[in-house]
Design a protein around this ligand. Structure first.
Ligand code: SF4
Ligand code: SF4
Length: 280
């Protein structure tokens, strides 16, 4: 089973939820994938010891000017304006290239080869007693995160339980992260901030046909707008994590949130029970 943990905006508690779920469900020896590759932090929370690091490349075009006749077809084909044909050469902008391979396939002179462009690394860490953490870490300045997210998610596919800590928002990165999941948990706060972004995330989850549920973090009794959203969209509110200064303090200090708020364990077990029921 693969459970994605997403949110409309950042800072709502995605990593708190993902890492605590991993701990509560340790009997399944879960794999937690930190797909928030621009700013991964599950490793910090879990105090990871990296045991393996793998480099990840994506393919970008390389022009052989001996073969190229500067016909301009490749620049016409590229929908991302990653190629510019000048009077004496062809410029390739790797940052704009989406690695679709169309230019290499369609060049009439077979003047385009594809070469690897380094985009980041995948770190693997053993979290003793809890499972395995896979972290995608994007190279600073690299604009294309989905290929790294895909490569990170492709590892350890056979695990019985996989939890995906997704990037915030509804970008291509979020879509790549939640893709192929059996269920998507959307964590939010009971404030008007980010409600619009949350609605967009719900829409994305619905378009991909993934069943989903809301988890309200820092709950203090008010939830009218979220209750309205839930009844309008049919996405249930699965749980409310009460606001707790002690929980916030423990999390910031690197202490175990499950010790700071023991009730969290039963809240998470209950979420899992509801997911199993929804999928049965
Ligand atoms: S399509 Fe091929 S031959 Fe034409 S400009 Fe591009 S690389 Fe050169
Ligand atoms: S691989 Fe695709 S996106 Fe990249 S330069 Fe070629 S046509 Fe453009």
């Amino acid at each position: 089973m693969q459970i994605a943990v997403a949110s409309g905006k950042g800072g709502t508690g995605k990593t708190l939820l993902s890492t605590c779920l991993m701990k509560v469900l340790s009997e399944y020896n879960p794999v937690l994938v930190d797909a928030d590759v621009e700013e991964p932090n599950a490793g910090l929370v879990l105090k990871q010891q990296v045991i393996d690091t793998v480099k990840v490349n994506r393919l970008v075009p390389e022009i052989d000017l001996q073969q190229c006749n500067l016909c301009g077809k490749c620049a016409e084909i590229c929908k991302f304006n990653a190629l510019v044909v000048l009077a004496h050469k062809v410029l390739v902008f790797n940052e704009l290239c989406h690695s679709c391979g169309a230019c290499a396939y369609l060049c009439p002179e077979a003047a385009i080869k594809e070469k690897g462009h380094h985009i980041g690394v995948i770190e693997e860490a053993d979290i003793p007693g809890y499972g395995t953490l896979l972290t995608g870490r994007l190279t600073v300045g690299e604009a294309q995160s989905p290929p790294l997210i895909k490569a990170t998610k492709n590892k350890k596919q056979a695990a019985q339980l996989r939890i995906i800590d997704c990037p915030p928002g509804t970008t291509c990165a979020m879509i790549e992260s939640i893709r192929d999941s059996d269920y998507c948990l959307l964590i939010t706060e009971p404030t008007p901030f980010g409600l619009h972004d949350l609605e967009l995330s719900l829409e994305a989850v619905g378009l991909l046909g993934i069943p989903g549920g809301l988890v309200i973090n820092r709950w203090q009794g008010q939830e009218q707008e979220l209750a309205d959203l839930s009844s309008r969209t049919g996405i249930p509110v699965l749980a409310r994590i009460p606001f707790s200064q002690e929980l916030a303090r423990a999390y910031m200090q690197g202490r175990d949130p499950l010790e700071a708020m023991p009730a969290l364990r039963s809240i998470l077990s209950d979420i899992m029970g509801q997911i199993k029921e929804a999928l049965s």
